[in-house]
Design a binder for this molecule. Structure first.
Ligand code: ACO
Length: 446
């Protein structure tokens, strides 16, 4: 797919000739055939443009609302096989990373393509740790929000505001500048998130403790009260770290597509990633974990699950945390999360909503409606239960998704930026509106 070679016209296919990596399209309006190159099982949409009835026509386009069968980029970051339930970062299976890696190491892998050696890892930790502090003015900025402002709104705004503090971030083609902004974005996410949380409680902000791990420090900034030194619980610290690994990237989802699309205009990475957080906020994307927990609370008891499933099947509501555009088999992340859930419940006590969730899953996995549509629990079905047990309010759930996803967004942004084939994202449309018509003065309008 590397060269947009012009296509040739051909009418016959010789069965004895060697296999050709092309697609022959016959336009029945004209009887003309076109041979279009295939690379990576894909044709270039622009190769359709030669298909015309008249020379003056614009040429054929493909129509794909929601991009469900359109590759918008070539990527080497994350691989998903939704039918087989496979998820790999840079070739490494998510199960192995969740078991053996840490979030910061995984973030390095996503961003730089390889697992770090011990010196690289030490340096990476050092840089991230030393970029966790935020400008004092950001605190003033946060103070302007109402006490009940949603923390995702605060996160979107403060990430965007960072671009005004770091004007050097606009030098997007300077590798050193990109490196610095990466440290800042990955390093400051837990601080911005924790400060937003403390603001909603009206509690004083807790400054980063550079002696703690990435997740340990995050717990410190969230939950420290009067202790002289906060000691995070190792089970919760580890659970959060695994959850962060699982959420770090997920190829061309809505928010990754947003960071690439917004970034393609060559805006700075703070502005581009703020847009990605906004995309994540929606209830069909990262907001689903919050919605899933609200749904379990609304169901209220195991006995009421069948009645709720009936409403879902009647199209009155959705089973939040179920279904996925790509996974048509069990979301592999959901399987790992279920395991983490039990570790957290052992420490914190079982979340009473777990039984309701398990019953929803049991019924849904047997029910023809869900089986036929290949609807399985996704990453968001069980995370809410864990977060709630760890003491997070529901509004923080999408924030907990956004923090680790920052490494994936920056990796996607940089890959887009350095790809010579990428230009400003600008889709086409099928215009179905009025043809030209004369302006109607107001006294003549109906
Ligand atoms: N509950 C009930 N029915 C569902 C659900 C669900 N959660 N998800 C899909 N369906 C049904 C649809 O109504 C549709 O039925 P139909 O064929 O009779 O019309 C069919 O399954 C296919 O669904 P689509 O909406 O076409 O699937 P799509 O790939 O566009 O949507 C999505 C994927 C948005 C994730 C969807 O499954 C959904 O809304 N799930 C609930 C929200 C959620 O959990 N989002 C988190 C996704 S993971 C993430 O972003 C981190």
């Amino acid at each position: 797919m590397d060269s947009a070679s012009p296509t040739t016209q051909s009418k016959t296919t010789d069965a004895a000739s060697p296999r050709r990596e092309t697609l022959t399209v016959t336009d029945n309006r004209t009887g003309k055939s076109y041979e279009i190159p295939i690379t990576h099982d894909t044709i270039r949409a622009n190769d359709l443009r030669q298909i015309k009835v008249q020379a003056s026509d614009f040429g054929m386009m493909s129509y794909d609302p929601s991009f469900s069968n359109t590759a918008s980029c070539k990527s080497r970051i994350t691989f998903i096989d939704g039918d087989k339930g496979i998820l790999r970062y840079r070739g490494y299976p998510i199960e192995e990373l969740a078991e053996k890696s840490t979030y910061l190491e995984t973030a390095y892998l996503l961003l730089y393509g390889e697992l770090p050696n011990s010196t690289q890892l030490r340096d990476w930790h050092h840089h991230i740790t030393h970029h966790t502090f935020i400008h004092e003015s950001i605190k003033k900025f946060l103070d302007g929000f109402h006490y009940d402002a949603h923390p995702m709104g605060m996160l979107i705004s403060t990430i965007a505001a960072l671009s005004t503090f770091y004007p050097d971030a606009k030098h997007i083609f300077d590798p050193e500048s990109r490196k610095k902004q990466t440290y800042r974005l990955v390093g400051k996410m837990p601080t911005l998130a924790a400060f937003a949380y403390r603001h909603t409680l009206g509690m004083p902000y807790v400054y980063p403790d550079n002696e703690l791990t990435y997740t340990g420090n995050f717990l410190n900034m969230l939950f420290r009260t009067s202790e002289t030194r906060y000691r995070p619980n190792p089970t919760l610290e580890h659970a959060l770290d695994v959850l962060f690994i699982l959420h770090a990237d997920h190829e061309q989802n809505c928010s990754a597509n947003t960071v690439r699309g917004v970034g393609s205009s060559h805006v700075d990475p703070f502005s581009a990633t703020a847009a990605a957080v906004a995309a994540l906020y929606g209830s069909l994307h990262g907001g689903a974990n919050e919605e899933a927990l609200r749904m379990l609370m609304e169901i209220g008891s195991v006995q009421k699950v069948p009645e709720f499933i009936k409403r879902v099947k009647a199209g009155e509501t959705k089973l939040m945390g179920f279904g996925h555009r790509i996974y048509k088999n069990y979301d592999t992340r959901a399987r790992i999360i279920k395991q983490v859930a039990y570790e957290v419940f052992e420490l914190m006590g079982k979340n009473p909503l777990l039984e309701i969730a398990l019953e929803c899953e049991r019924i849904a996995l047997e029910d023809e409606y869900f089986v036929k549509r290949k609807l399985y629990p996704n990453v968001d079905f069980y995370t809410g239960l864990i977060y709630q047990s760890m003491g997070f309010p529901m509004t923080m759930f999408p924030v907990l998704f956004a923090i680790p996803r920052m490494s994936g967004w920056v990796a996607q942004w940089e890959e887009m930026l350095l790809d010579p084939e990428q230009k400003i994202a600008r889709p086409r449309q099928i215009y179905l509106g009025h043809d030209t018509r004369p302006y109607v003065p107001i006294d003549q309008r109906k």
